[in-house]
Design a protein around this ligand. Structure first.
Ligand code: BGC
Length: 755
């Protein structure tokens, strides 16, 4: 009896204890804020300090004592980067970290299809989950200000509205898996040269109207859980700990409740890191991605130095608790979220997603005489020329470099497609030029042997000889992911194509009238031969499905519907930053001695003298003639846009207006068109661009089909940043709405008045 009673008491105690000991922070049904407060109240000073800085190249510790696991970040933004060693940049040598490479973000932006951005984010999130990554370091939304920027391929073009519309669903898709986005690089990181030392000077208006909106949308509409500070400075403070950008704007004005992550090696000072809005410090002592002190984690600015500062009374725990709350919130959204799937890697659905995005993002820039799609019924030989037809592009470019399970080259993709569609047609290959024959990044190698012994003139002569008898000649040229090309860390040195490609193209244009040039890049390039080349395709960096997707477009299996997310200038002089000599800036004192001079006290001021006149805004104002306008992109079918009607002609301030147009597919193939709605505001109160993109919608149409497309605009569409008030102000008065299919083709007009 006694024993039974004792057992009973023990059971009750056990039940009571377990009921009491389920802490709120472990209760996945409890509201996140309660979980955060509960966990915070249980943490020691050491634990708080530990969670706000890295413990390895890409992870930070959780709180083991409390059952909160390590937190793993990884690049981003086009696929999940292969694992590096704990404390080294070298490969960890895993065998399960080969991924699907999705098209670069310029290609995604060129699809002008936000639902594809959601698919992109969701698919990437599934790959990340499989790899136990809790945060993907991306997407990037720095505005395309100069075609020399080595990192434009990782971003979403020149227009704040387009970039905003595309970044939001990417974040939502990614985070629907419980994997955090880390939108980067906040902000004004618009070129790579001197990225640690450049202090950007920009008008408040350009900052708010051009450079911030995509970040603001990511925060307010995408509800991103993470955001990465940029390497550069603004108002003389590094952006990873910047009072104005992080405390005043992001956290106070925008109400951001997520974490600010430093860029790797972007933290420079304990005091500023404590006070100016940084929450998680990564990659210190690494000078970006190259050098690095081993096991330096206690030396981090937010590690021992911070702890000592708290212990000595220099700092209170006010800032620390704010940082830790944000980190805990991140944990409860990711590693400690109620439901986390397992994810999967390299699934067919991911390859399909990559191909779909690419099919819609590739841009048909020029198609004189209807050279494309290839008419394989009439052809015997197709000659493929160029290094970019065979070179793997998923390795290189900096931190976005990947280790892929497969990457189909353009040559392979086209050869396979032609074999399937027209087995009698022969595909031949000529190298044409030699670019960069290396193929390694951070321990991942392509394994390709691209050595070539022929001279440049011999390569051209050999290509020309074969071109003379081919039915079609397709050159895959452009840039690559090597240093000083489309690559992190530096900018391109020239607008012209590298590796004597202009000579090759001109020679081939003389040899064959059915010449097609496919440009592989994330940037515009000079095209002095444009008039001599009938067909030009912008082929981006597409990733795993490069070969298939390019073949889809060339053979007509996919009808191209991509539109340029940036203006393609004829020369650098047609770009504001260059015309005004406002790039790359002026050293304040001694200039840096070379690319590896990491002296952060040397500052170069880069003044964005062109203000809001970036991209088409500049082209319109100065009446330049871009080679291809922002929003431009052809199709194999034709469309007619007509009957623009608006639902009101007087729009009270704060209200919106709805426009409807009828779009008809007047050709004989199914295809998609993008309705682009620009507004011109001729107010004289402030200087205004000739027009600005205010809305767009992509519509798919069968041959002969018509659809009404409706776009509603309001709010910011009628506002400008008033520098004297420091706020958005509605400009009242007459407006013209211009609707069309490119910035240089807006034939439909309607007028209305904002009252
Ligand atoms: C890049 C970031 C990247 C980080 C981690 C930095 O050098 O600027 O975009 O996420 O490295 O690899």
């Amino acid at each position: 009896m006694n024993k039974i009673f004792i057992l009973f008491v023990l059971c009750m105690v056990a039940v009571g204890v377990s009921a009491q000991s389920t802490p709120i922070y472990l209760d996945s049904n409890a509201p996140i804020e309660q979980r955060v407060e509960d966990a915070l109240s249980r943490m020691t000073l050491d634990e708080k300090i530990a969670v706000i800085h890295a413990q390895s190249k890409f992870s930070s510790p959780g709180v083991k004592r409390l059952g909160l696991p390590d937190f793993w970040t990884d690049d981003g933004p086009h696929g999940v980067r292969p694992d590096v060693l704990w404390d080294e940049w070298e490969q960890a040598g895993q065998t399960n970290d080969s991924c699907v490479a999705f098209p670069a973000l310029t290609c995604l932006a060129a699809s002008w299809n936000p639902s594809l951005a959601r698919l992109y984010g969701r698919s990437l999130g599934e790959e990340a989950l499989y790899r136990y990554k809790n945060m993907i370091l991306g997407p990037g939304v720095n505005i395309y200000r100069t075609p020399l920027n080595g990192r434009n391929f990782e971003y979403m073009g020149e227009d704040p509205l387009l970039a905003s519309a595309m970044v939001v669903p990417y974040i939502q898709g990614l985070q629907s898996n419980g994997v955090s986005a880390c939108v980067k690089h906040f902000c004004l990181n618009n070129d790579e040269e001197n990225r640690f030392q450049v202090n950007v000077i920009v008008s408040d208006r350009a900052l708010h109207e051009i450079y911030l909106p995509a970040f603001e949308a990511a925060v307010k509409k995408g509800h991103t859980w993470g955001l990465m500070g940029a390497y550069n400075l603004y108002k003389n403070q590094h952006n990873c700990h910047n009072q104005y950008l992080l405390n005043d704007l992001l956290k106070r004005d925008w109400g951001y409740d997520g974490v600010v992550v430093s860029d790797w090696g972007g933290t420079h000072d304990t005091d500023q890191a404590v006070k100016n809005g940084l929450d998680m410090e990564f990659g210190s002592w690494t000078n970006g991605l190259t050098a690095g002190a081993s096991n330096a984690y206690d030396m981090y600015y937010l590690a021992l130095a911070y702890k000592k500062g708290i212990q000595s009374g220099k700092y209170t725990t006010r800032e620390l608790d704010d940082k830790v709350r944000r980190v805990l919130r991140l944990f409860f959204r990711t590693t400690m979220a109620p439901k986390q799937g397992h994810g999967f890697l390299c699934s067919e659905s991911h390859y399909e997603a990559a191909r779909k995005i690419a099919d819609e993002g590739i841009v048909l820039l020029q198609n004189n005489r209807g050279v494309l799609p290839l008419d394989l019924k009439q052809a015997k030989t197709v000659l493929v020329v160029g290094e970019n037809a065979i070179k793997m592009m998923t390795v290189g470019g900096g931190s976005s470099s990947l280790k892929v399970q497969r990457e189909i080259s353009p040559l392979q993709g086209l050869t396979d497609a032609i074999a399937a569609m027209a087995p009698g047609v022969k595909v031949e290959y000529e190298r044409g030029y030699v670019g960069d024959t290396t193929g390694a990044y951070n321990g991942v190698t392509t394994g390709q042997d691209l050595r070539e012994s022929r001279s440049q003139s011999q390569l051209i002569a050999d290509a020309v000889a074969k071109a003379k008898t081919a039915d079609y000649v397709i050159i895959y040229g452009g840039l690559n992911k090597s240093d000083y090309q489309d690559c992190e860390g530096h900018d391109r040195k020239q607008y012209e194509l590298p590796y004597a490609q202009d000579q090759l193209i001109e020679a081939l244009a003389k040899a064959n009238k059915n010449l097609i040039y496919v440009n592989i890049s994330g940037n515009a390039v000079a095209m002095p031969w444009k008039a001599q080349v009938p067909a030009i395709v912008q082929g981006w960096f597409i990733g795993s499905e490069a070969g298939e997707a390019l073949a889809d477009v060339l053979t007509g299996k996919a009808n191209p519907s991509g539109k340029l997310p940036f203006t393609w200038p004829a020369s650098l002089q047609d770009v504001g930053a260059h015309a005004l000599n406002a790039y790359p800036g002026k050293w304040r004192g001694a200039a840096k001695t070379g690319p590896d001079d990491w002296d952060f006290s040397k500052i170069i001021d880069e003044e964005y003298k062109e203000g809001i006149y970036v991209g088409y805004r500049w082209a319109d104002k100065h009446k330049t003639h871009p080679l291809f306008a922002f929003g431009h992109g052809l199709s194999y079918t034709t469309f007619a846009m007509s009957n623009l009607r608006i639902n009101k002609t007087d729009v009270p301030a704060g209200d919106s207006i709805t426009a409807t147009v009828t779009v008809k597919n007047t050709g004989n193939r199914a295809g998609a068109q993008v309705v682009q709605l620009y507004v011109s505001d001729p107010t004289t109160v402030v200087d205004m661009p000739v027009k600005e993109l205010r809305g767009f919608q992509k519509v798919m149409l069968e041959p002969g089909e018509s659809k009404d497309v409706t776009i509603t605009i309001g709010g910011r569409a009628f506002q400008y940043w008033d520098e004297s008030k420091g706020s958005w102000t509605t400009s009242l008065g007459k407006r013209t709405m211009l609707v069309g299919d490119a910035a240089d083709h807006t034939p439909l007009r309607a007028t209305f008045t904002v009252k």
